[in-house]
Design a protein around this ligand. Structure first.
Ligand SMILES: [Zn+2]
Length: 67
């Protein structure tokens, strides 16, 4: 039992995302905030986008994506 738990923890650890990654809420893609100028501040949070198309979707209707 305990060895199985250890295995699962190890596996989960490999999927920890780097803190410098953001998720594009429109398409679900990973975006590196350092490499994009496409971001929008909404209700005190900053959202990053992979493309101007995704950004425009968000700007047109942010509530739809973040509630
Ligand atoms: Zn996108």
């Amino acid at each position: 039992m305990s060895s199985n738990n250890t295995k699962q923890l190890k596996k989960a650890g490999m999927h920890i995302e780097l803190p410098n990654k953001a998720i594009d809420v429109i398409c679900g893609m990973e975006v590196d905030p350092a490499q994009t100028k496409l971001h929008v501040e909404h209700k005190g949070e900053v959202y990053y986008f992979c493309s101007i198309v995704c950004k425009n979707h968000f700007v047109n209707d942010p509530q739809k994506y973040v509630g």
